[in-house]
Design a protein around this ligand. Structure first.
Ligand code: FMN
Length: 497
């Protein structure tokens, strides 16, 4: 992610250069009778001067006047540079966010995880000081990209997928970058370290990443505390109580999770590594613990059964354990002390992609009453990642075989294919299903390799309601969502012209 503080430094140093004459200004009071005396001092001198010397004291020294004019010109220029610099550096459309910051971060921080922490800290710090990067073009609920998801009219269908903000530290700075949906987490019930470092690797020649974080998390209690504090601040700022905000009383339908009109906050939950995946009841306890803690602050709860770096997690995608797990989560979500209960989605892997496996997931989705599916996640496969004509450089061929999940543009064709197939299977199952627990159509979000507006439109046309990005932001910087949306608008305008 971008480290915006890096951008402000050159602008500041350039702007501060004109202050060089400052010491001369400071020396004025120490020389009251000199010819460079400023006007205020001159007035005093005039009243005490002898009658034979009035004209000398009243004369304004031309060099002093010109110095003062210069100073005020410098001050005005400085203010203008700071103002323009601030406006530029905090706008998601600024090209530095795309062309300067991501390569700079890669150079300064060879470890991708460290770069990520620096980017997160910068986004957080800038948000707290009000100097945050934001989308300045307002969006309307009736705009060309608006979309209805779970009965809410969203401003746009672009989401940030799980893992970018694992501990829900920066949901608001991420919304400010223009996302219609932000998914925080994955969060485990109890804190866990994840795998030993290094555990994230870049492959810049294919704009790809490999990670084996292993769901490092500060735990559900810590995330709940952070989200509760965020809710409190918001409630205070609009003069309501926490309960009124949670129950959408007097908030004009602002979603109680995102706390932003026309946007949704997803909270992703997972099991601890040490919980035996074969003990389904223990697994259920893990997820339900997270639901109890986090559901009040979520518009959507996402059940993660697809991260490749937690042993046995993907086995939970088999129909029977998945149905049990999802039913328990749906039931627990229904107990949330809130007028509108959070929706529940399940995030599935792109690697379990034969028809039988997918039909098993579809069956579990319909039978459990889950509201939708996020398709997919990182892949364990290493085929088809390097496009024809692209050559991996330096140690990239070795990195490509690091253990973990690959993400990046190479995933896209599989994502669009999986979305089309899941759409068909879910809709087909609906015709047979007698379930009345859920809305008629299950909602799909797409995740995997989405990098530009054309690809976002393709997954939406294939049946998804939201196109989610992660790796595209690592390489494309904090203006990525704005860029994708403007490419989408251009494509839509071309079509209708
Ligand atoms: C460093 C990293 C950490 C991730 N952490 C999570 C996670 O905690 N939970 C999850 O479901 N997906 C996680 N993902 C997967 C992403 O949410 C996304 O599904 C995947 O990267 C494919 O999309 P992309 O090609 O746009 O990156 C992570 C991905 C990366 C690169």
């Amino acid at each position: 992610m971008a480290a915006p503080y890096l951008r402000t430094r050159p602008a500041l140093s350039a702007a501060l250069r004109p202050l060089a004459p400052k010491p001369r200004f400071q020396s004025f009071p120490r020389r009251p009778n000199s010819t460079t005396t400023p006007m205020t001092t001159t007035t005093t001198t005039t009243t005490t001067a002898t009658p034979t010397e009035p004209t000398k004291a009243a004369v304004v020294d031309p060099s002093s006047l010109s110095r003062r004019l210069k100073l005020s010109a410098y001050a005005t220029a400085l203010a203008a540079v700071l103002g323009v610099g601030y406006y530029y550096a905090t706008d998601t459309r600024a090209s530095v966010h795309q062309y300067l910051v991501p390569p700079l971060l890669r150079t300064i921080f060879p470890d991708a995880e460290e770069a990520h922490h620096v980017g997160t800290a910068a986004l957080k710090g800038l948000y707290e000081t009000g100097l945050y990067i934001r989308e300045r073009v307002p969006e309307s609920p009736n705009g060309p990209l608006s979309v209805n998801v779970f009965g809410k009219q969203l401003l746009n269908p672009i989401g940030i997928s799980a893992g970018l903000d694992k501990d829900a530290e920066i949901p608001d700075p991420l919304f400010a970058l223009g996302a219609g949906v932000v998914e925080v987490g994955g969060c485990t019930p109890f804190p866990q370290e994840g795998n030993p470092k290094p555990r994230v690797f870049r492959i810049p020649s294919v704009d790809g990443l490999i990670n084996r974080y292993g769901l490092n998390s500060r735990g559900a209690d810590a995330m709940a505390t952070r989200l509760r504090e965020r809710l409190r601040k918001f409630a205070r700022s609009v003069g309501l109580t926490d309960n009124e905000v949670l129950n959408e009383e007097g908030t004009d339908g602002i979603p109680p999770g995102s706390l932003h009109p026309g946007r949704l906050l997803c909270v992703q939950i997972a099991k601890n590594k040490k919980t035996d995946e074969k003990d389904v009841n223990a697994v259920i306890r893990d997820y339900v613990y997270c639901v109890d803690k986090l559901a009040p602050y979520a518009d959507v709860l996402v059940v993660n059964v697809s991260s490749p770096n937690t042993p046995g997690l993907r086995d939970l995608q088999a129909t029977e354990p998945l149905t049990k797990l999802l039913s328990a989560v749906v039931d627990a979500a229904q107990q949330t002390k809130r007028k509108t209960k959070p929706r529940v989605m399940v995030k599935v892997s792109p690697d379990e992609d034969d028809d039988t496996q997918m039909e098993g997931v579809v069956e579990a989705v319909w039978n459990s009453g889950v509201d939708g599916v996020i398709v997919g996640n990182t892949t364990k496969r290493r085929t088809g990642i390097v496009p024809k004509g692209v050559k991996l450089i330096d140690d990239e061929p070795k990195i490509l075989h690091e253990e973990g999940g690959f993400s990046g543009p190479a995933l896209f064709d599989r994502t669009v294919n999986l979305i089309g197939r899941y759409r068909k299977m879910l809709d087909g199952y609906a015709l047979k299903s007698e379930s009345d627990k859920s809305p008629a159509q299950k909602v799909l979000f797409a995740s995997g390799g989405i990098t530009n507006g054309e690809q976002a439109l393709r997954v939406l046309n294939a049946g998804a309601s939201v196109a989610m990005v992660y790796t595209a932001m690592v390489y494309g910087g904090s203006g990525t969502i704005t860029r994708i949306k403007s490419e989408m608008k251009e494509k839509l305008a071309d079509k209708s012209a």
